[in-house]
Design a protein around this ligand. Sequence first.
Ligand SMILES: Nc1nc2c(ncn2[C@@H]2O[C@H](COP(=O)(O)OP(=O)(O)O)[C@@H](O)[C@H]2O)c(=O)[nH]1
Ligand SMILES: [Mg+2]
Ligand SMILES: [Zn+2]
Length: 309
Amino acid sequence: MLKAKIIKSARREFECLILKDNISVPAKAKGLLLKKGELVVGDYVYLEKESDEYFISELEARKNTIYRRIIRENKIKTIASNVDLIAIICTSSLPEYKRGLIDRYLLRAVQWEIPAIVIFNKMDEANQDFNLGFESKRLAPLEVQCFATSAKDLNYKGDLLPGNIDLQEFLKDQTIIFLGQSGVGKSSLISMLSGEKIQLRANELAKVGKGSHTTTWSELIHLDSFDVIDSPGIRTMSIQDVSKDELSELFPDLEDYFIRCKFKDCHHEENTKGCAFFNSKNTEMVLSRLDSFKRFKKEIIEIPEWQKD
Ligand SMILES: Nc1nc2c(ncn2[C@@H]2O[C@H](COP(=O)(O)OP(=O)(O)O)[C@@H](O)[C@H]2O)c(=O)[nH]1
Ligand SMILES: [Mg+2]
Ligand SMILES: [Zn+2]
């Protein structure tokens, strides 16, 4: 049997990269795997060849999965698997820096239990007021390593951030999801870091069947230096599948504060009695994370249960 990695999926047809030859072939799922319909991009599988066709006969245990909950159907939709790293890209120039957006992506990284990094790109044209040190230090409790880059100015060596790790070296051989607003330089950075030109597909949604049922594609782009997984299902910013109670678990860096608040239903406002966030010598960094937490909580509460999908 041939070991392969699924690099594209469309219902029952899969594109598989045969690892030992580094070539990709179409394959169909077989038996139970076909019935369950659970194979996703990133899966390691075993192929059998019958006459001229390849069949997927076995699925290797997954290291992790990228998923979303479909509340209405009480189901989990798996989008991809075996992801090593989530790379969040942002800029301080254009598009405008949005701290809340980074925290929104980090929430998913925590939920999926996948390490994350943040890349501050376009540092060649960085906003004068941008405090790189502050922005990276606020993520240190989450063990999120930060990088400063320019995909345009090849001579830019990066501001010294803790660790001063070489990004190219860091990404080597990993399977990575790049997240960030359109225009932050995802395509440019991937090209620069891998030495190969790739274009992530922008907002393509394939409409299938009747009504509002949309199928989302996923694909893995295999490069010499690393692999990139792309899918609109991953990029979705909505957090409506997260429950109010689960939210605090997705902010592990705030846990110590939550448990020290005097009242269990603390609103964490400056004048709230016994609130741990405003009681101790608190840093602006913790409060900036609390700010995201409170905004997300509000967003979750404001979506009526029946509207969640
Ligand atoms: N000045 C500067 N421009 C950049 C940098 N990275 C990307 N760009 C430009 O920003 C625009 C958007 O880049 P692109 O890679 O398409 O972003 P994507 O939408 O995230 O894939 C393009 O015009 C790039 O040339 C950078 O580091 N510095
Ligand atoms: Mg792009
Ligand atoms: Zn509190």
